[in-house]
Design a protein around this ligand. Structure first.
Ligand code: NDP
Ligand code: GDR
Length: 339
């Protein structure tokens, strides 16, 4: 019988790539979707017509219990979150509720539905993946960061993710659940939300190239990140869930670039000189910045055999080309079907 996966956050970037990957692996895939008329659901359906939908919200404990009861999943991937870091200062309580407490609610739904109790072996039946983040490292104490590096989150988002991370470990230890966290570094794609810097830049470049804009406003150009391709990273999530033992893994490329280097590469990919178009804006700086993040993915390479396949330059070129195509077709980038 096909294994059954339930994905929260299926209408987001990672949810779409993970669903595609699991369908390719022969899974029956279910997506938890919220809202009465969520416009992202129809976009998701255009790409993932084989996915079945169950209603639910990470804010609503009963809905998660009902979803797990209905789907009877073998694996639950908890990708749903308020994921845009600046929004977590504007709506800190909501971020804590969705990105932090949402993890507790999902774990409780699994615990209740699988009849798990302290020390019971039955609790291992439904496997759980938590989308942890390099933002938990925040102000880093060492570089590169490993599974053993301490956390010093710098935003309400990072704090909420750290709560979810520790709670996942705690349910593994308390109830013997197969519960894992992937500590994923930034990963991007043509499906990335338009508010995140890589996509904002690739869209900005495409608009300027096509004569639809004359400048691109950005915040801190000196921040450095370890950027990889989302399509590679969802494979790591699945490998963690099929590993013999539940363990946490750092997933990244091990290479760091600055926002300035990202901008240079993206404008160059369209044959433009970035210095003529980029304007920096103090209003786009964050109350507390994460200056640099760089993964040490040795454990994932050694134990899961996972390697990133797409380089930084290939990723930037892929995103700029995709946005040039999208805008040339007259599509609305926030509403368009996923490439
Ligand atoms: P997106 O922002 O693209 O997707 C977030 C998803 O969360 C959407 O599907 C959204 O659904 C859903 N969601 C929001 N609120 C709720 C709620 N109350 N109940 C249920 N679902 C909700 O994120 P990504 O795909 O980029 O990231 C996936 C996960 O991985 C997130 O948890 C993120 O924090 C984490 N992460 C991402 C990294 C990255 O670089 N992309 C790196 C490390 C971690 P809706 O359509 O209803 O709004
Ligand atoms: P991040 O991603 O906060 O790392 O979180 P984002 O792309 O938003 O920012 C990366 C860096 O770029 C700087 N920056 C700007 N960022 C945005 N969004 N817009 C700008 O105009 C801009 N100018 C400069 C930022 O200051 C920052 O340093 C992402 C999310 O996907 C999280 O959910 C995930 O957990 C982490 O990656 C790992």
């Amino acid at each position: 019988m096909a294994r059954r996966a339930l994905i929260t956050g299926i209408t987001g970037q990672d949810g779409s790539y993970l669903a595609e990957h699991l369908l390719e692996q022969g899974y029956e895939v279910w997506g938890l979707v919220r809202g009465q008329a969520n416009p992202r659901v129809s976009r998701m359906r255009r790409l993932l017509s084989d996915v079945q939908v169950v209603r639910g919200d990470l804010l609503d404990q009963g809905s998660l219990i009902s979803a797990v009861e209905r789907v009877q999943p073998d694996e639950v991937y908890n990708l749903g979150a308020i994921s845009f870091v600046p929004m977590s200062w504007e709506q800190a309580e909501l971020t804590a509720e969705v990105t932090g407490m949402g993890v507790l609610r999902m774990l409780e739904a699994i615990r209740v539905c699988s009849g798990a109790s302290r020390g019971s072996a039955a609790s291992g039946q439904i496997r759980f993946y938590q989308a942890s983040s390099s933002e938990m490292f925040g102000q880093v104490s060492e570089t590169p960061q490993t599974e053993r590096t301490g956390f010093h989150p710098r935003s309400p988002y990072g704090v909420a993710k750290a709560y979810g991370h520790f709670l996942t470990q705690n349910y593994r230890e308390s109830y013997g659940m197969f519960a894992v966290s992937g500590i994923l570094f930034n990963h991007e794609s043509p499906r990335r939300g338009t508010e995140f810097v890589t996509r904002k830049v690739s869209l900005g470049v495409a608009r300027i190239k096509l004569g639809l804009a004359t400048e691109l406003r950005l915040g801190n150009l000196e921040a450095r990140r370890d950027w990889g391709y989302a399509g590679d990273y969802v494979k790591a999530m699945h490998l963690m869930m099929r590993a013999p033992r539940p363990e946490d893994y750092v997933i990244g490329t091990g290479r760091m670039k600055s926002v300035r280097e990202l901008v240079e590469a993206a404008f160059a990919a369209a044959g433009l000189d970035w210095e003529r178009y980029v304007v920096t804006d103090q209003a786009l700086h964050r109350p507390a910045e994460v200056d640099l993040l760089c993964a040490d993915p040795k454990k994932a390479r050694a134990q899961l055999g996972w390697e990133p396949g797409v380089s930084f330059d290939e990723l930037v070129a892929m995103m700029v080309e995709s946005d040039l195509r999208l805008l040339s077709d007259g599509a609305d980038p926030d509403d368009a079907s996923w490439p």
